[in-house]
Ligand binder design. Structure first.
Ligand code: GLV
Ligand code: MN
Ligand code: MN
Ligand code: MN
Length: 436
């Protein structure tokens, strides 16, 4: 591969542009921030006005860099730079997401898209001609924070989630707005079908921060991702009985919140036993009054493990367990409690394709003599759109380390040097794949 141009990304430009796009969204301050222009987190929920502004910037910028831009029925944005075989070849893409958690950082997702834009800039600057088109894709609502299925739009593209189901997803927090309503409102309900058939990909590479502590702990710069652990999301509803807190003895209660608390603790216990993870991030209770025993509680449950079978086991254990047992010795009315489990989303364990893993690995190793020592092959704990692209095209991911392994937190941070190194590996991966 000696004839591959040793193109460098422009670190200053990459970081300046990343922070530039963070004017759209609210910066979530962190306590020790010394430079508020770059050291705040980011709150940019999918399909909000801020997300629209960031999308408009992406469309305008990639057009100015010579791309054709297509928006599909999930609002996924595909920016494609033609190759020398003409526009008909199937593009090699890099992509990620511009949406964030409600109190997220500036790197999760954003880095991957901005590194793609930087790739386009470098290619233009050096008049690089690829054989096939190359593209950058921004996937809608990867986080699942606003519309509660993560990676939902790459899931529709891959044919794994029905479009109607995705469009009907309602915003968390109860305004009633659906994904389709919001796509329409911000002008990103595209007419092209959200499907791998309409928008095929030769390959998908995704640069992302690791969001965990491994690279930093091992003092390595680059992770090459082989696969992603499995996860499932549930909504659990517990219905008990409302009662006066001052007049109702414990034995006469059916306390939905106390029961939910025990269910959450129990899910954690089971997960520990199975070397898995269980987390609750949304909890709501009603009626929400100091002196009323809660009659209804709804909470989210997210379970994760490297193997689907582990999640099958945990799911069975939880579904079959009669939580009334836990409470009814103390609460006679506990027998009146009822539970509903809804499976909201299932992301099976994923293995990426060897072709892409090898390309990304050799791209990382080509960057310098010592860099093979800096590279670690690893599994992702978090889900990514690459999970779904890998169902339809060869896929791999490139990780860069982030400080203290912290993510989904305003203090999320990756150094400019690491971001630029990752962007260079991404660029080299796309160029190498184009030559395969
Ligand atoms: C998706 O990004 C997830 O890991 O929750
Ligand atoms: Mn992400
Ligand atoms: Mn995320
Ligand atoms: Mn994610």
């Amino acid at each position: 591969d000696n004839d591959l141009p040793q193109l460098k990304v422009n670190q200053t430009r990459l970081m300046a542009e990343l922070h530039h796009t963070c004017q759209w969204g609210s910066g979530v301050p962190w306590k020790d921030a010394t430079d508020p222009s770059t050291q705040t987190g980011m709150s940019r929920l999918a399909l909000s006005d801020a997300d629209k502004a960031a999308r408009d910037w992406f469309v305008e910028t990639t057009r100015s860099l010579g791309c054709d831009v297509t928006v599909d029925a999930m609002g996924n944005i595909f920016a494609v730079r033609p190759g020398s075989y003409g526009p008909k070849g199937i593009p090699t893409y890099c992509g990620s997401h511009l949406d964030t958690q409600p109190a997220g950082g500036r790197y999760d997702g954003i880095l991957g898209v901005l590194a793609g834009v930087e790739m386009l800039r470098v290619m233009k600057e050096h008049d690089v001609e690829t054989a096939y088109p190359v593209g950058v894709v921004n996937w809608t609502n990867e986080e699942g924070a606003r519309f509660p299925i993560s990676m939902v739009s790459s899931g529709v593209w891959a044919g794994e989630i029905p479009l109607e189901r995705a469009h009907a997803l309602k915003e968390v927090g109860g305004s009633g707005a659906t994904m389709r309503d919001e796509l329409e409102r911000i002008g990103y309900l595209g007419t092209v079908p959200a499907s791998y058939e309409a928008m095929p990909m030769a390959a998908h590479f995704e640069l992302h921060i690791e969001q965990g502590p491994i690279l930093e702990a091992e003092n390595r710069r680059i992770g090459i991702v082989e696969g992603v652990q499995a996860y499932r999301w549930y909504t659990v509803e517990v219905v008990g009985r409302e009662a006066h807190t001052g007049t109702t003895p414990f034995s006469a209660r059916a306390d939905a919140l106390l029961t939910a608390a025990r269910m959450i603790a129990y899910s954690h216990e089971i997960a520990v036993r199975k070397y898995a993870l269980a987390s609750t991030g949304i909890l709501s209770l009603s009626p929400g009054s100091v002196n009323t025993v809660p009659g209804k509680v709804t909470f989210s449950l997210d379970i994760r493990a490297p193997f689907d079978k582990t999640l099958d086991d945990i799911e069975r254990t939880l579904f079959q367990f009669d939580f009334r047992q836990i409470v009814s010795s103390e609460y006679t009315k506990g027998r009146e409690l009822s539970f509903t489990w809804t499976v909201d989303s299932v992301s099976p364990a994923t293995r990426f394709q060897k072709s892409c893993i090898e390309v990304a690995k050799s791209a990382a190793e080509s960057l310098g003599k010592e860099s093979s020592r800096n590279v670690r092959v690893m599994t992702s704990g978090a889900g990514h759109d690459s999970v779904y692209t890998s169902r339809r095209c060869p896929t791999s991911m490139i990780f860069v380390r982030c400080r203290d392994g912290v993510s989904h937190n305003p203090e999320e941070y990756a150094s400019p040097e690491d971001c630029a190194t990752g962007a260079e590996v991404l660029l080299q991966s796309v160029l190498r794949y184009d030559r395969l």
